[in-house]
Design a protein around this ligand. Structure first.
Ligand SMILES: NC(=O)c1ccc[n+]([C@@H]2O[C@H](COP(=O)([O-])OP(=O)(O)OC[C@H]3O[C@@H](n4cnc5c(N)ncnc54)[C@H](OP(=O)(O)O)[C@@H]3O)[C@@H](O)[C@H]2O)c1
Length: 325
């Protein structure tokens, strides 16, 4: 089968398309013919060994000290079940599915555990639309619900609201009954409003702190704010939540958890089957919709990597492996 492979860390063009053996599904696995996948920020970080702050050492240990241990990236996918292992009851060949693969989805086929974070694709979504959602929506869900402990009626500000996590954070915060504002660049203000934001700050023209407004939750997936500078924009009991964080935020999270009425919250989200099922339900009802920055055929995956590294993508950069809806 064809796959996008990299042997060393580096710029986008360390990735090339090669023929590799098709994976053999084990008894508890399904083999999925990948129709669409994405290059997301995790793929960029693994490809470039660009782990933020103090994650540099654990990141390298996890990915491979001198070069990548897993040479095929791709953590989310949508496709059709091509074969099922002997123990699998949950899926049948031909089922349209989407979900998480850890890595290895930048290929024509990927084998994943049938009891893992995989779900039937909502029929109303294209494969590209379904592949665009799991990473960003699951991170947004975990950070809003479990780390920020968002409550209905709260006011939430999403930094990087047009990004891979941000577009789902805006929609999910609305779903949880919050009033949502966002921060993004000029070209994306309209998009973020269309996702349900009440007020959108254009970071190229204005500072969200300047008007004396305040929020219960500031969710920063892109590491563009600091607690020190944004503290006055947090209401009493407010939480400043970081997905990208360094030593400063770790220390602040520890100290503000024991004293002070405004907290720094950090965490690492997991990809669970329960959350994917919840997200699939929200996609079905239309409470959440995919946002796609662009479609790149597998052969052009190097361009997809470069686009992600810009940190200005809108939602997800989708890689199409099979043409069609
Ligand atoms: N801790 C965890 O468990 C966890 C889980 C998932 C993800 N993450 C991390 O979360 C991060 C978020 O990923 P992502 O996919 O959302 O990133 P992304 O798509 O690259 O984010 C781009 C967003 O950042 C905005 N932006 C750029 N410059 C800005 C500025 N100066 N001020 C405010 N916004 C600015 C962009 O807006 P414009 O383009 O409109 O300027 C766009 O909305 C990644 O680093 C990922 O590693 C962590």
């Amino acid at each position: 089968m064809k796959a996008a492979v990299y042997d060393r860390y580096g710029p986008p063009d360390v990735v090339s398309i090669r023929d590799v053996p098709t994976p053999e599904p084990g008894p508890k696995d399904i083999l999925v013919a990948v129709h669409a996948t994405t290059v997301n920020t995790a793929d960029w970080r693994f490809r470039a060994a660009a782990f933020p702050g103090i994650m540099a050492v654990p990141g390298r240990l996890m990915a491979g000290v001198f070069g990548p241990r897993q040479k095929i990236l791709g953590g989310e996918f949508a496709g059709r079940v091509a074969a099922v292992g002997s123990d699998v009851q949950r899926f049948r060949p031909g089922d349209a599915v989407f979900g998480f693969s850890g890595q290895r989805a930048h290929a024509e086929f990927v084998a994943v555990r049938a009891d893992g974070p995989v779900a039937i694709k909502p029929p109303s979504l294209s494969f590209a639309g379904a592949a665009a959602v799991p990473f960003g929506a699951s991170a947004a869900l975990g950070f809003l619900r479990d780390f920020a402990k968002i409550a209905a009626g709260e006011r939430v500000l999403v930094i990087g609201a047009s990004g891979g996590v941000g577009v789902y954070a805006v929609q999910l915060a609305r779903h949880f009954g919050a009033e949502v504002d966002g921060v993004c660049g000029t070209d994306n203000v309209e998009l973020v409003c269309s996702l349900g934001a009440t007020r959108v700050f254009d970071h190229q023209r204005e500072d969200f702190r300047a008007g004396g407004e305040s929020w219960d939750v500031i969710l920063d997936p892109v590491g563009r704010t600091t607690f020190a500078a944004s503290r006055t924009a947090l209401r009493p009991g407010g939480r400043h939540v970081f997905l990208e964080f360094g030593l400063t935020e770790i220390v602040q999270a520890l100290t503000t958890s024991v004293s002070g009425d405004r907290r720094v919250v950090i965490g690492v989200s997991g990809d669970t089957r329960e959350d994917l099922d919840l997200i699939a339900g929200l996609l079905e009802t239309g409470a959440v919709r995919p946002v796609i920055d662009g479609l790149y055929p597998l052969e052009r995956i190097v361009e997809a990597h470069a686009r992600v590294e810009s940190r200005h993508k809108r939602g997800s950069v989708v890689v199409t492996v099979v043409e069609g809806p």
